[in-house]
Design a binder for this molecule. Structure first.
Ligand code: SF4
Ligand code: SF4
Length: 136
């Protein structure tokens, strides 16, 4: 199964268009919405993961979005967490809305699920030890 994580930024004129519906219907893509900030009459931002058995379908879907005027960028940044230095205070979990950072209720240790991370960077300043960083 081919997968791509991308960041979509679109102008107000496209906010109410059924773009994700067309990706599913016309390109047979499965869409996992990782993060959405869409306000009617303002620009929108979506972080999504597209998957299909063929990478060509994914690329065709991305071309379709660009033709509609959507800015498409790969989600290429990554969060780095220095686990050895972590004191498991949990401060970073309060700002992680995607649940990528969570305290294990049995061990009370921090766990990081990279697949859920949308690289919003909110956790970087939230850590008092500054042991979370962004890599490119
Ligand atoms: S960047 Fe940090 S706060 Fe944002 S989703 Fe990833 S782990 Fe959570
Ligand atoms: S805020 Fe920093 S020290 Fe505290 S749990 Fe998160 S990564 Fe660990």
């Amino acid at each position: 199964m081919a997968k791509k994580r991308i960041v979509l930024t679109f102008p107000p004129s496209l906010v109410e268009k059924p773009l994700t519906y067309r990706l599913v219907k016309d390109f047979d893509l499965a869409i996992n919405i990782l993060h959405a900030r869409i306000v009617p009459r303002e620009s929108g931002r979506l972080v999504i993961e597209l998957s299909n058995s063929s990478e060509e379908n994914i690329d065709a879907g991305i071309r379709y979005l660009e033709e509609q005027g959507v800015n498409v960028e790969p989600l290429s940044k990554e969060i780095r967490w220095d686990e050895k230095e972590c004191i498991n205070c949990g401060a970073c979990t309060a700002v992680c809305h995607s649940d990528a950072l969570r305290m294990n209720p049995e061990t009370w240790k921090l766990e990081f699920d990279k697949d859920k991370c949308i690289v919003c960077e909110m956790c970087v300043p939230a850590c008092p030890l500054r042991i979370i960083s962004v890599t490119f």
